[in-house]
Design a protein around this ligand. Structure first.
Ligand SMILES: Nc1ncnc2c1ncn2[C@@H]1O[C@H](COP(=O)(O)OP(=O)(O)OP(=O)(O)O)[C@@H](O)[C@H]1O
Ligand SMILES: [Mg+2]
Length: 242
């Protein structure tokens, strides 16, 4: 069976203005799979997501989404094509309630669709249903991440780009967020590209993985295989083999 890459980069060189960050990156995200991107600070993980979204400078190579070239397309059009991006510091509007945040995220949709989408999202995240009238600013870190994901889902994207969802979360909450990501793949058939510092937990639930080091791909393959890799896991993931 031929595996379908819904999004790919071929020989991508990118950065910011004259600054070069990524070098010859060939990246593939398969449809309805979780692709995990790990690597040290400054390796270029966020830059890969920024490049996909039209937020970085492309120096060479191509970015393809469903076979269409994304190079040069403005960010808002890329979002409209069905790619949702939760940036590293992605946030919610603290002074508004959970319900208001979700409604704002779907503000361009017809009213009936907003209702349907909200129903679906509240089913996936029961904790949001429970706190629907609470101000987002009073939610815990983990609950706030769930709300941010819920907001991204209001527009029914095909791909979700998640940058460091687990930063500053207690291990138990990291596990919960990861379980939700798996649920989004399995129940909504979403394609997910997940950049993570919590490498071990992300690789445990991921399908495929990339290790970026100094802007180049050092590993491409199965996510659990990377965890088992004798030297890469120790060098870059802080994983010691038991
Ligand atoms: N807007 C920008 N302008 C110039 N240089 C930038 C910009 N954003 C990032 N960089 C530089 O690009 C390199 C890669 O940064 P990037 O944010 O992609 O790394 P990262 O792998 O996401 O790191 P982290 O794990 O710390 O989030 C770094 O050297 C960074 O300083
Ligand atoms: Mg980053």
């Amino acid at each position: 069976m031929k595996v379908m890459a819904i999004l790919e980069t071929s020989s991508l060189y990118s950065g910011y203005g004259k600054i070069k960050v990524l070098f010859d990156v060939n990246f593939k995200a398969e449809e309805k799979k979780i692709t995990v991107v790990v690597g040290p600070n400054g390796a270029g993980k966020t830059t890969l997501l920024n490049s996909i979204m039209g937020l970085a400078t492309i120096h060479g190579g191509d970015i393809l989404f469903e076979g269409r070239k994304l190079n040069g397309i403005p960010t808002y059009k890329i979002a409209k094509m069905g790619i949702a991006y939760l940036p590293q510091m992605g946030n919610v509007l603290a002074e508004l309630t959970v319900e208001e945040n979700l409604k704002i995220a779907g503000y361009l949709l017809p009213v009936s669709e907003v209702r349907d989408r909200m129903g679906e999202i509240l089913n996936i995240f029961p904790v949001l249903k429970e706190f629907i009238h609470r101000k987002a600013g009073t939610l815990s870190g983990g609950e706030r991440r769930m709300l941010a994901i819920g907001m991204a889902l209001m527009r029914r994207p095909k791909i979700l780009l998640l940058d460091e969802m687990s930063t500053d979360l207690a291990p138990i909450l990291v596990k919960k967020v990861m379980e939700k990501v798996v649920q989004l793949r399995d129940e909504l058939g979403l394609t997910i590209i997940m950049v993570e510092q919590a490498a071990r937990k992300a690789l445990e639930i991921g399908d495929r993985a990339y290790l970026l080091v100094s802007g180049t791909v050092r590993y491409e393959g199965g996510a659990q295989e990377l965890l088992q890799h004798p030297e890469l896991a120790r060098l870059y993931l802080g994983v010691t083999q038991a």
